[in-house]
Write a protein that binds this ligand. Structure first.
Ligand code: NAD
Ligand code: DAU
Length: 342
């Protein structure tokens, strides 16, 4: 497959979980590409994730907001493509504070699309999510399926995507979209199920399962997802979306069981809490298009990925311990309520 040759990239939101793995992957595999990272450093952005790249040639970090048109325009004028990871990303937080999601995930995406159009970029890669398809009762979501987002987070991601697609139609923006499934691995802020359960287990705390724990997700190891984004960026066709997932389904109960086994936590610590409002009970992706057109597929199985992830959290307590601070526990108290009050 023919690859496009990019020289200078603006990668937004790369101080977070997936973006930091993506930038480190690029540095290892495509060191000729100059990278500028733009990140607002919200609670989820962590300079430690990119510390090994500081002061290395061909890399620079700029603190700023993707919704800041002037700053984005300035930086976009210095590169040939944008890859956007920047977003508010936690569904439970979106239920408490939806408008932060609208500003970043919709307006911010629009600002980036406008800058990419204005500067005639070769490609604009938008990192989207399988959540835009909504709850999938049967079958698997294909890239051509309608959007049915059901949370303020997924509605904001869908809104940002639609705005970017409108630029593709109206202005010929060379847009490529990836729709990834649930990522897990090192450096994930301990609010999503996998790192929250692992850090709770290491602290001897209860693992809070929403509802009956039967909701399923397609858990993908973060490095597999990043390879997929790299494949879409270099080999994807403008105007196309690509689902990136493993094609397997794992329930919340199965995630808890894996964490109990791998950390040695007492199984009695698995507890039920009040269900998430509007909980999507199943996401399932058809991932054939990425395999056929990008030559990509996930390689790390759930068991292997969980072993690596638990090992990383055990060995890197100094990374996650400071994140479980006052603001973190304030959110925790608001979000987690006993199941019996349902
Ligand atoms: P994250 O929450 O770990 O990191 C988000 C990053 O974006 C942080 O560094 C934060 O500081 C930055 N950011 C937030 N608002 C910003 C703004 N206005 N301007 C500049 N930077 C800003 O997120 P993640 O889990 O790494 O997800 C990255 C992207 O991948 C998101 O777009 C998300 O929707 C998408 N995605 C995530 C998953 C998943 O399972 N985590 C799956 C599929 C797609
Ligand atoms: O599917 C991709 C999406 O995956 C990304 O777009 C989002 O940014 C990312 O946050 C993630 O969303 P989910 O809502 O699927 O992930 P979360 O880890 O929050 O929840 C996964 C499942 O686990 C879901 O069924 C809810 C359940 N859960 C979650 C938490 C945090 C629990 O049972 N207990 C918990 O404490």
């Amino acid at each position: 497959m023919k690859e496009r040759r990019l020289k200078r990239l603006l990668v937004c939101g790369a101080a977070g979980f997936i973006g930091s793995h993506f930038v480190k992957l690029l540095r290892r595999t495509r060191p000729e590409i100059e990278i500028t990272v733009l990140d607002k450093l919200t609670y989820a952005g962590n300079p430690a994730n990119l510390a090994e790249l500081e002061k290395t040639a061909g890399y620079r970090f700029v603190r700023g907001d993707i919704a800041d048109g002037e700053m984005v325009d300035h930086l976009a004028g210095q590169v040939d493509a944008i890859v956007n990871f920047a977003a508010e990303t936690h569904v439970d937080r979106s239920l408490l504070d939806p408008f932060a999601f609208v500003v970043t995930d919709v307006l911010g995406t629009g600002v980036l699309a406008e800058a990419a159009r204005k500067h005639g970029h070769e490609v604009f890669l938008l990192v989207s999510t399988d959540e835009v398809y909504g709850d999938v009762a049967e079958g698997r979501s294909q890239e051509t399926d309608a959007f049915r987002p059901r949370s303020p987070y997924s509605a904001s991601k869908a809104g940002g995507e639609l705005l970017a697609w409108s630029y593709q139609v109206s202005h010929g923006l060379p847009l490529i979209v990836t729709r990834g499934s649930n990522n897990y691995g090192p450096n994930q802020f301990p609010e999503k199920i996998v790192p929250l359960f692992i850090t709770n287990a290491l602290d001897g705390m209860e693992l809070p399962i929403y509802g009956d724990g039967s909701a399923v997700r397609d858990y993908i190891y973060v490095e597999d997802h990043c390879r997929g984004i790299d494949a879409a960026l270099h080999r994807g066709a403008p105007g196309e979306a690509y689902n990136l997932g493993t094609g397997t389904e794992t329930s919340g109960n199965e995630v808890a069981a894996a964490v109990v086994e791998l950390t040695g936590l007492d199984g009695a610590k698995v507890g039920r809490v009040m269900d998430r409002a509007g909980h999507d009970y199943r996401y399932a992706l058809d991932v054939r298009k990425a395999a056929e057109e990008l030559g990509w597929s996930a390689e790390v199985g759930f068991r292997e990925g969980m072993e690596r992830t638990v090992r990383w959290y055990r060995e890197n307590e100094s990374w996650w311990r400071p994140l479980r601070n006052g603001e973190y526990w304030d959110f925790y108290k608001l979000n987690y309520r006993p199941a019996e009050v349902q």
